[in-house]
Unconditional design. Structure first.
Lengths: 266, 276
């Protein structure tokens, strides 16, 4: 067999491996059978059951709120950190600063989750804050995780941008703040948007850290889904999978169309 | 200068409270002793927790099993990822974008949902057993779920995109005429791969391996939901010590031990990243 054929075949097999479980998960969401992944005729009943499942709907809304808050905080922190790493040269403590901001990238989730929980317990017993654990502590943990990713994205984007543009603006009389707002910010805006989206997704997808640092009032969607999977698979999981996959697919299609409309697609 | 301080100070404060302090507290509690109070430990500055990790083979096994499974996961990911990355790198730019999107889209559909999908495929009454029985290949359902194989499949599926991306980035930069030259000189495709492509992309392959190995070593969810009960990986044991046995010092000691074991791979990965 020629090499080109082998590579194409193996690549195809890899994509089938990646996609087959997801396609079947979505397809069987439309099956009437009570047993998941068994075909019992077309039905939308599991979507109705999912929408009526208050625990899941509440957890989903809470997760979206936590993810939006954590991603926004992560962009502020990670953006500032990426800026400092790209633009401040060898400031004092740079090595430690870089190691701390990047640590969540390489730490196993169980370690991050456990150590943050121990921090929240210690802080509460010493200062009374944060009072109890729940959505707020999950938000703080996810912001810390997201900031690590945002910092990398922003730093590498700044490394690519031309500093002379900013300097030219200031030579022409712009204050440093105006130069930042009108020149640099538009240049790094795509990196900030990508970082926000990445932090948002990480937050929506995390079950381990959230399980450690959350409390009785803070059940996120992944925590609810983990409990459902532990009790045994139901077709409601298929329905949730279909909602997520079709929702993400629609969002990406819209984004691709918008980019193409602007003539940016390369 | 004041501007710099305004940017740096909040980030420093955040990092000291939410990254440095937790690490220090983790170490302090690992050196503590279990206690029946709330919280269930007291500071003792003793090495009893770490002593247990060495003496009780249960904990040592948990660490070693986790490293073995993580290495197997990363190895399988590399085997599948190489041809995928080569195929994507060779595709025309327009198709390349589509192939990369198709690689990353499963990553956006939610980790737990993908685990749920595999449970639905592998269960006794699952899709694969249904297909096998209707084809007459087997009469009774095969026990596929809750095996080490199922756990590996789930982990490879979860981490595969992480392995493809660094390989793709290295292969795209590789001069295609190198492979053609090897072919012109009579090397068979497999020989050209081993003598030209593989050595040229070795740093990326090591980075890809580590990018899977490091998070997989602490994996909790997939062993818990898809693995056999006896697959006591360190992530799972840590979780049980913390949530079920409420032995915080041992859980913290396990976390510290896992970190120490991962220190060399993490440093190696960071060095490779800095080079590329």
């Amino acid at each position: 067999m020629r090499r080109g054929h082998f590579v194409a075949l193996a690549m195809g097999a890899g994509y089938v491996f990646l996609w087959l479980p997801i396609i079947l998960l979505v397809a069987y969401a439309f099956s009437a059978d009570r047993i998941p992944f068994q075909w019992g005729g077309f039905s939308l009943q599991w979507f109705v059951a999912l929408a009526a499942n208050e625990r899941v709907v509440e957890a989903a809304l809470l997760s979206l709120r936590i993810a939006a808050g954590a991603a926004t905080l992560a962009v502020l922190l990670g953006g500032a950190a990426g800026w400092a790493l790209a633009r401040y040269g060898r400031f004092r403590g740079r090595a430690i600063f870089g190691a701390l901001i990047g640590a969540p990238l390489v730490l196993p989730e169980v370690v991050t989750g456990l150590s943050l929980l121990l921090l929240f317990v210690a802080l509460e017993s010493m200062t009374g804050w944060p009072e109890g654990r729940g959505a707020f502590t999950v938000l703080l943990a996810h912001a810390t995780l997201g900031a690590a990713f945002v910092a990398v994205v922003v730093q590498s984007r700044l490394a690519e941008t031309d500093r002379s543009l900013e300097e030219a603006a200031m030579d022409l009389g712009a204050t440093p703040f105006t130069a930042f707002r009108t020149v640099t910010l538009p240049l790094i805006a795509p990196a900030l948007a990508a970082g926000w989206l990445l932090a948002f997704t990480l937050s929506l997808d995390d079950v381990v850290i959230a399980s450690f640092v959350s409390g009785p009032q803070g059940t996120t969607l992944p925590m609810a889904l983990f409990a459902m999977l532990r009790r045994g698979l139901t077709p409601e999981v298929n329905a949730l999978g279909a909602v997520v996959v079709l929702g993400v697919g629609a969002m990406l299609a819209v984004a691709a169309l918008l980019l193409r409309g602007r003539g940016d697609s390369r | 200068m004041i501007g710099r301080l305004l940017v740096l100070l909040p980030v420093w404060a955040w990092l000291l409270v939410f990254v440095a302090a937790p690490a220090a507290i983790l170490l302090a509690i690992a050196l503590g002793e279990a206690d029946s109070g709330i919280p269930p430990f007291r500071l003792a500055w003793s090495l009893a927790g770490f002593g247990m990790l060495v003496e009780d083979s249960y904990y040592l096994d948990a660490l070693l099993t986790a490293l073995r499974i993580a290495a197997m996961t990363a190895g399988c990911c590399l085997l599948i990822a190489y041809p995928m990355a080569m195929g994507i790198a060779r595709a025309a730019p327009g198709r390349r974008v589509l192939l990369l999107a198709a690689l990353m889209l499963p990553f956006w559909t939610g980790f737990l949902l993908r685990v749920g999908a595999w449970i639905g495929l592998l269960r006794d009454e699952g899709w694969i057993n249904g297909v096998l029985i209707s084809l007459g290949i087997t009469d009774a359902p095969l026990p596929l779920l809750y095996t080490e194989g199922a756990m590996l499949v789930g982990m490879v599926h979860a981490y595969l995109p992480f392995a493809v991306l660094p390989l793709f980035a290295a292969l795209v930069r590789l001069d295609p005429t190198l492979g053609e030259a090897a072919a012109d000189l009579g090397a068979r495709p497999a020989v050209a791969f081993v003598t030209v492509t593989l050595p040229a992309t070795l740093p990326a392959a090591i980075a890809a391996f580590l990018l899977v190995f490091i998070p997989a070593a602490g994996e909790f969810v997939i062993p818990e939901l898809m693995g056999p009960p006896e697959a006591q990986l360190v992530g799972r044991v840590l979780w049980q010590e913390f949530f079920q046995n409420r032995d915080w010092p041992v859980a913290a000691a396990l976390a510290v031990a896992l970190l120490v074991l991962l220190l060399v791979p993490i440093r190696l990965f960071q060095r490779l990243e800095a080079q590329s």
